[in-house]
Ligand binder design. Structure first.
Ligand SMILES: Cc1ncc(COP(=O)(O)O)c(C=O)c1O
Length: 422
């Protein structure tokens, strides 16, 4: 007799090993005091100005009668803290001129959870049809890869590669190739893009919104590194809010990943459905992050922190990391770095890599450096595309001296993994 499998089909899918699993295990190792240099995970940097502000608010919460007791001792409604929803929607109205209110928002335990619920609310099997989620610009975030409960939901479209100068590159949406299937329900992209640091232009965003409108689909922008918090975008970029747009936000990359606070802005019926899903899944949301930042949003101090400390910090760090990596690799070697327009990653393309990106990852890990292989950033890819397998994502949120040590390891290991140019 055949033995029953241990898990259900959905259980097996959701508990399978995935890219995001491996990444979080590497991150956990670094936090636990591992000896390797952590250029893998996307932990935000410890920025002194941000930490001083969190500490100040933390103490203030403790000293304000009732505040700590209510934050720690009460469940909020499944949509989030009403004071937070009001303050955040007011900020979006004032900063971007959006017509938006608390009824358009819902809070989750991190934007990872938010995206999981959103993908599976809108995408997947629907009677005899399948509602698809299209990623119009690969590479994109590793963490989307295994989030669809119905595995046929995702479709990813490779970006067009634009070469820039001697060592630069940038991905563009390949609109000639982007043919939306009839059953497209959602287009989704991170902006700035994790892993590349790309910021898709306003013009491209408008084109995507028109495509979404024509297909009666939604355009989802994941702003984890972008607007309004932490605002790590180094070029002018507008944020579209129409009946066909949905936005994801997070407090993590501000420096508060431990509070697990993600937010979705969507048409009111979708926000309400998501809040109901969240009640089934989690009852309510972590309230510490919301309580911590609400007065800071109202007073504008959070916005000032992003503008005056966080964005300039990452701009400096991006320039340092790019210069350090370029100097560490042999000048005769063929390599390119994606333009850093935001977020906190370098995306290194090694056209002459003669092993797989996973083998390169293993070899670098043995030598004491954690990175992420590029081929993990291809949610929904259905065609053969060798290019991401020639790339590595390097995070530069760690202290500068560690970036320098990491770059030295790259400089030692990478040349022997690449074909020599005659
Ligand atoms: C693009 C993107 N979206 C979403 C997330 C999830 O972040 P969190 O769940 O901490 O809000 C991340 C985390 O790295 C990310 O890079």
């Amino acid at each position: 007799m055949m033995k029953d499998p241990l898990f259900s089909d959905i259980g097996s899918r959701l508990s399978a090993r995935s890219g995001i699993n491996e990444l979080m295990e590497d991150l956990g190792e670094a936090v636990a005091g591992g000896h390797r240099i952590q250029m893998g995970g996307g932990n935000p940097a410890h920025i002194p100005e941000s930490e001083a502000l969190w500490r100040e608010r933390w103490l203030e919460m403790g000293e304000t009668p009732g505040q700590l007791e209510s934050t720690l001792g009460d469940y909020d409604g499944p949509r989030g803290k009403i004071q937070f929803l009001e303050a955040f929607s007011e900020h979006l109205r004032n900063a971007f001129d959006w017509e938006i209110g608390p009824e358009n928002l819902a809070v989750f335990s991190g934007s990872q959870t938010a995206m999981f619920l959103l993908f599976n609310l809108i995408g997947g099997q629907c009677g005899a049809r399948r509602r698809r989620v299209v990623f119009p610009l690969l590479p994109d975030y590793i963490g989307y890869g295994d989030q669809a409960i119905d595995p046929g939901t995702f479709l990813g479209v490779p970006g067009a590669i634009e070469l820039r100068g001697e060592r630069g590159m940038k991905y563009r949406i390949d609109f000639d190739r982007l043919r939306l299937p009839e059953d497209t329900a959602m287009l989704c992209l991170s902006r700035p893009t994790n892993p590349t640091g790309n910021v898709v232009s306003d013009e491209e965003m408008r084109q995507l919104e028109v495509l979404a409108q024509k297909s009666d689909a939604y355009l989802v922008t994941d702003n984890a590194y972008g607007m309004p918090f932490p605002g790590v975008i180094h070029r002018p970029a507008a944020a579209l809010w129409t009946p066909h747009t949905i936005h994801a936000f997070s407090l993590s990359k501000l420096g508060l990943p431990g509070t697990r606070t993600g937010i979705l802005a969507a048409p009111a019926p979708i926000a309400a459905a998501l809040a109901r899903m969240n009640a089934n899944l989690a009852l309510a949301n972590p309230s510490v992050g919301q309580a911590l930042v609400t007065p800071l949003i109202r007073s504008g101090r959070l916005q000032a922190l992003c503008r005056e400390a966080i964005r300039p910090y990452y701009a400096r760090r991006a320039a340092h990391a790019a210069a350090t990596v370029k100097a560490a690799l042999p000048s005769g070697m063929d390599f390119r770095l994606h333009e850093n327009e935001g977020a906190f990653f370098l995306w290194l393309w090694l056209p002459e890599l003669k092993v797989s990106a996973s083998e390169a990852y293993m070899e670098l890990k043995r030598e004491g450096l954690l990175v992420i292989p590029g081929d993990r950033f291809t949610p929904g890819l259905r065609e053969k595309w060798d290019h991401p397998g020639q790339c590595l994502r390097l995070s530069f949120g760690i202290p500068e001296d560690q970036v320098e040590r990491g770059a030295a390891i790259l400089g030692r290991v990478v040349p022997r993994l690449c074909r020599q140019i005659p």
